[in-house]
Design a protein around this ligand. Structure first.
Ligand code: UDP
Ligand code: MG
Length: 317
């Protein structure tokens, strides 16, 4: 059996030696399995590629493949590139910063051998700052409340997929790629395994706050029609409020002979509210239209500049 380990890397040369030695230790304990690490260099500007080229393979059952993208295409695109270049019977996904403990691969494979198509890690705790953890928790709960297909809470991309599931996901043409969402959508036998998520081994997160917000918007608009329905609902409510207000004023004026209110305040408030509701509704429609636009361009999700592999004495199966 051949197992691929897909590892997206963006300026991770500091982490690679430690990652490699832990991977070698784990894989050497599984001597009936051949491993290939598929590193996807997502436009690194440090010496990540050189570090990968220097990784030793002698005497082990772990080889490496390097897929260099032509620029930075983002974490999820890099994972997709890795999936397309993986030839294993099972594909494991893990980050290069040792936040995804390689030792769990043993458990993943155990479940795979027992017939699971998808095995994923569930974070028991996280080492990120409190505000970020709060944002993650809110996002996933909101996502699950409105998504067409919920994703398991506190599960990232860290996990294993059988070849057929990895193939299915790699072939999906959509641009809004939240792999953990697509993984949940395909079905088959799935199981989550709880683990403690440590902090980063070296360096800082390659995700800026802006990138995280973009990712969250992609997740919400890419996987749900609810926001656009909400904007419809909001429009209806605003119209109803205006209708009731008009009716009550007319009745007050002509039935009870009252004096119409002269106040500007109500007018202004109404104008602002209507304007605001309009802008929100238009923006939501815009989010969907722009997604259709980018999907319609049908550009590739990533561009491969070069590939390389470790030299080995016997071919992998
Ligand atoms: N990464 C990538 N491209 C990006 C951002 C990140 O390939 O544009 C890689 C990064 O090198 C790491 C993994 O994706 O191996 C997860 O990134 P990071 O640890 O920065 O994310 P976090 O754990 O903070 O969510
Ligand atoms: Mg990380």
């Amino acid at each position: 059996m051949l197992v691929s380990l897909v590892i997206p890397v963006l300026n991770e040369s500091e982490n690679l030696p430690a990652l490699w030695s832990r991977l070698r230790a784990v894989t050497s304990g599984l001597s009936d399995v051949e491993f290939e690490a598929v590193f996807v260099d997502d436009g690194s500007t440090d010496d990540t590629a050189a570090s990968i080229n220097a990784l030793p393979v002698e005497g082990g059952n772990l080889q490496w493949v390097l897929v260099q993208l032509s620029r930075n295409f983002g974490h999820q695109a890099a994972i997709t590139a890795g999936m397309q270049h993986a030839s294993g019977d099972a594909v494991v996904f893990l980050d290069a910063d040792l936040q995804d403990p390689p030792e769990l691969i043993v458990d993943f494979l155990d479940h795979f051998r027992h017939g699971y198509d998808v095995v994923y890690g569930v974070r028991k705790n996280r080492k990120e700052p409190l505000w970020l953890r709060f944002c993650f928790a809110s996002f996933y709960r909101l996502f699950n409340a409105i998504a067409e297909r919920p994703i398991p809470l506190d599960a990232g991309d860290f996990g294993l997929m059988s070849k057929r599931v990895a193939k299915l996901i790699a072939q999906m043409p959509e641009r809004d790629r939240l792999i953990r969402g697509m993984r949940s959508w395909v079905g088959f036998k799935q199981i989550g395994i709880p683990y403690d998520r440590p902090g980063r081994y070296a360096g800082t997160s390659r995700y800026s706050v802006m990138r995280r917000i973009e990712g969250a918007l992609d997740g919400l608009f890419g996987y749900s029609r609810i926001p656009i329905r909400l904007s419809l609902l909001l429009g209806i409510v605003v119209c109803l409020v205006a209708g009731v207000y008009l009716a009550s004023t007319l009745v007050g004026q002509f039935v009870f002979g009252g004096q119409a209110v002269r106040g500007w305040t109500s007018l202004l408030v109404l104008a602002f509210m209507l304007g605001g509701a309009n802008l929100v509704a238009t923006a939501i429609v815009g989010e969907y239209v722009s997604r259709v636009y980018f999907q319609g361009k049908n550009r590739p999700l990533f561009i491969v500049a070069e590939t390389a592999r470790s030299s080995r004495s016997e071919p992998l199966r």
